[in-house]
Structures are given as structure tokens and as C-alpha cells.
Design a protein around this ligand. Sequence first.
Ligand code: ADP
Ligand code: MG
Length: 594
Amino acid sequence: MIRLLDKSVSDKIAAGEVIERPISIVKELVENALDAGADSVVVEIKNGGKSYIRVTDNGCGIPSEEAETAFLRHATSKISTAADLDAIDTLGFRGEALASIAAVTRTEVITKTKGSKTGTRLILHGGRVITKEKTGCPDGTTIIVTDLFYNTPARLKFMKTDSAESGLIIDFMSQMALAYKDVKFRLINNGRILFSTQGDGNRLNTILRVYHDVDSRNMVPVCHSEDGISVDGYISTPAFSKTTRGSQIYFVNGRVVSSKVIEKGVSEGYRERLFEGRYPVVYLFLHVDPHTIDVNIHPNKREVRFNEESMITDFIARAIRDALSSEDAVVDAGNIFKGRENSISSSKVYERVFEPLREKTEEKQVDIKQILSTIENPYKAETESESESESEIAIYAPKFKPFDFSQLKVTGVIFDTYITAVDESNFYLIDQHAAQERIFYEKLVGEYESAEKVRQPLLVPLVINVSLSVSENSFDWLDALSRMGFTVNEFGPGTFRITEIPMFMELSEAEDFINQFIENINERTNLSNSVVIDKLIMMSCKAAVKANDKLSDGEVKALINDLSSCINPFSCPHGRPTFIRLTRYEIEKMFKRV
Ligand code: ADP
Ligand code: MG
């Protein structure tokens, strides 16, 4: 028997098409807020949006008498005739978002138009109006959605984990904030503000507020136009790169898209400037004649097709090359290298995501600024995001293909400082001091972590004096030093005696290291936090490792060998590169052979 479905059933089915998961709700509500002319939008979610989504805007509000209507299917203020369909410039216009959201959740709306004295509060459960009342509230609209799919439990099993769902929302919100740089966006996840933009129209500022892992000093503006097409945005200098394409975001006419054609243009533009397996950070806003593209608006992934693909690829590549060869792309050699905080993965330290490094380049003269190494920065800033409970010291392991040291042929040493080496298609300069620091650091950390300490006894013990406040908490740092392979005992008030040092250290190194280590400790140093210890070790290595003037051939060989067994051989613990690479192509370019 053929039957018409009950309205509540058909509503739920229709809703399921529009509302697949929390991100669908956030997207519709944020788009409505922007359509309502808001220049401030706050989004708050809990449990990946499954249990709670709030979107607050300062837009035009919904008049009290229209509040229920807004929740009816095909209710929209945005079109009234079929002709309007062609002239749409709003984000949502199907008039089914609110109806669909309300059908599968408990929804509360608090809204007020500018002209009216009081606002309206409307509560719906599964699309049915439960409460409607007057309320005092600011101009604009707040919609709170709770208990997603409470009445369609079958849908719940399609939900991913909280963090997967919130990830989608965070990505979406980040992109919206970038695209609408004149709108203030704030995103709150489980009570914590993830970002908050100023809506001041400043693109770079917005990027930095949203993407905390971007190094502002290594971003250069892109601004390029050729008959009818234009692109603007920011891209990273080759000194700052990532191991995935995850930090590449493209907008075409204001919408985020994924596009192999643009990706290809970006790769072309950076050709020969990045090591294999490294990806630049790219935020590009492309503006083209809408008639020259076909946008297939799939809910999660927007594919865009360009009529003239290779023209777009070439255009993007030119824009990138232009930007990279501009003054802005020249890294100021006087800058201090500094890493950025990492997000800490839950498992082993070795799986930690690398942060890229601000790279040392020479002054701008020739093309040497393009001598790019893609070196990782293990330097770790202490930030609140770092978990206190990390039980191991951080060494960062590269995720990309390991560098093949066996191909490296040392050709000499220049200025008693830089080892020169080649492999099949590259020339390298290796900073011997930076390399020593890296080796020293990793050996110490290795020592700290290993159960067996390899110590060497001293014939004459070292004696050090420390301030009373430091000797007060000697319990902690004695333990830390002992874990690194030092044997230290209290000798009198503020005086300590070192009788054993780690095997690989020279006496002077051990002395400098300990002095530096203790000097860096103050009352606020939490020595039970391995991240803090890690940082202390890093700082102390610097003082300990002497610029070893002249290395013999054997010492150079040993150094390279030691370096090759480092987890991260490409930079010193402070983020300065150990390697600088010049490709054969770069060299040939400088000689104008290519
Ligand atoms: P559409 O956006 O396609 O018109 P929706 O179901 O998303 O359909 O919204 C229905 C109507 O409710 C909108 O046309 C608009 O008039 C009103 N509305 C929704 N959200 C807001 C908001 N945040 N501020 C003001 N009006 C809103
Ligand atoms: Mg809408």
C-alpha cells in the first residue's frame, strides 16, 4: 500500500539530508548570521557539537512575529520569486536549514531586531514549538542547539569521535574567519577560546590569530593580477614549511575549494625551493570571472573546475614566484631564530609533529636567499598548551624520508667553521658548531632517558657554588642531573661536588653545562616537568659546546657520523640549521646556465 509519510517522518528524512553532522549545523547557522549582516559571530561547541552548539550574532535579528515562520520548511526571507533565484548573493537560500536543524535537535532561539524593545525566545523540540516568550536580550540572534539527533538515534552512529567532529568545525570556522576578514569571529570549544579574530580587515593579522602555528616573520604577501584574474593572500618563505599540505588553503571567489590545478601552480611556484616532502604554508584568495568556473558544492569538499586549467596553474605559479622574489621574502639575517610551540600528540614523543624552522639565509645579494634547507626546528617554547604530564623529554623526529647520509661526501672545511659536502645533486654547508650542539643535546637527552647511565669518574671532583634559593630545591635538580649521568653531592651550604660526569663529555663541557643548567633554574622552574628540563638542557648545551676551531679529517668524519645518528640532524637544539643546501639547479641558475 502506498502511503503518504507522516509529516514529522518526512521532515526528519529531509532534515537528514541537510543535517548530517554537527558541522552542518554550524555551517548553516554561521551562514545565516553573515546573511543577517552580522559583523561579529561567536560559535561555541561542546563534545564536537554533538551535545551543544551555540551561534551568537549581532545581525538584523528575527522579528517576533516571524520567529516560528523561520522554522518552517521553505521559509526564507531571501527569495520570494523564481526570478530571485538567479540573483542570489546570500549564502543560504533554500529555506530549509532552520527547519531541518530544529527537526532533529532541541533548539532555542533568542533574537531581537534593532527596532524592537524586547526580544523573543523560542524553544523547539524536534521541530515542535515548546515555548515562545518575550525576553530581554541584545540586538541580534543566538541559536542554541542541543542533543543532536536525540529523536533519530540511528543517525548518531554515523557520528565520529568528539575530536573528529570538532576538527571539522574548527577547520570550517578557521576558513570562514579568513574569508570574512572584516567580521569578528570567536570559536569556543569545551569552554576554551580557540581563536578570536579582530575583524579589522587585516589579512595577515587574521591568519595569525586563527593559525597559531604560522610564523609571521616568514609569511610574504601575494598580490598579482592579470587580465581579469587576481590573487592575493599570504605564503610562507621556503624557510618555513610543513610536512603535509594541511596548511594550504585556497579560496575562489570567497569560497574554500580544493583544487589540483591551484595546488599544481603552488608546487610550480616553489619548485627547487623546498626539499622533497616539504610543503609551504599557503593562503590564497583567487578572484575569477564566475563564468569561467564550475563550482560543485559538495557539502564537505568544494571542487572547483576551471575552464582553462593550465592558464590558472601558470598564473598561480607566476604569482608565487613573484612573491618569493620580492623584498619581503628576503629573510633578515639579523633575526633570531625561534620556533613555535607544538601541539603535543598523546603518544610517544617521537611522533610529535615537527615545527618548521626559520632558516638562516645570507643577505640578499645573489639568489642565496633561496638556498633553502627544510630543516626542522626542535626548539620548544614553553607554552600553556604543553601538558605537564609529559613523561619524556622531547626530541623531534622527522616524518619525512630520512636524509641519506651515506651519499654525503665531505669535500673540506672552510673558515674552520663550515664543513662542505656534496651528494649527487646538492652542495651542502654544515655548521660544525651547530652540529656539535645537536649531537651533544641528543646524547644528553638519550642519557637522561636511558636506564643505564654511562659515567666517568673524575680524578679531582668539580666543586660548584649555587645560590641558596637554588640549593633549597636541590632535591629536584640533583635528581635531574643524576638522570643525565652526573653524580653530584651536597658538600656544604650552597656548595656541591661533582664526582662523575657522562662518558661522552669533556671535563670543561661538563663544568660549563652544569653551571649553565643551575644558572637557569629559578624558583618557578618546575623540574618535574620534562618539557622544562628539555629546555634547560637545550640552553645549557649552548654554553657547554665550544666552537671547536680546527677539526682533523677524522674528527669531521666522526662528527658527520654522530650527526647521522641524531634523530633530528638538521638543526641545532635552538633551531639554527646545521645544514644549508644549495641544489645543483640553484648553482647553475646563479651562473646563468639555466
Ligand atoms: P535561508 O537561510 O535559506 O533563508 P534558513 O532556514 O537558514 O533559510 O533561515 C530561514 C530564515 O530565518 C532566513 O531567511 C532569515 O530570514 C531568518 N534567519 C535565520 N537565521 C537568522 C539570523 N541569524 N539572523 C536573522 N535572521 C535569520
Ligand atoms: Mg540559511
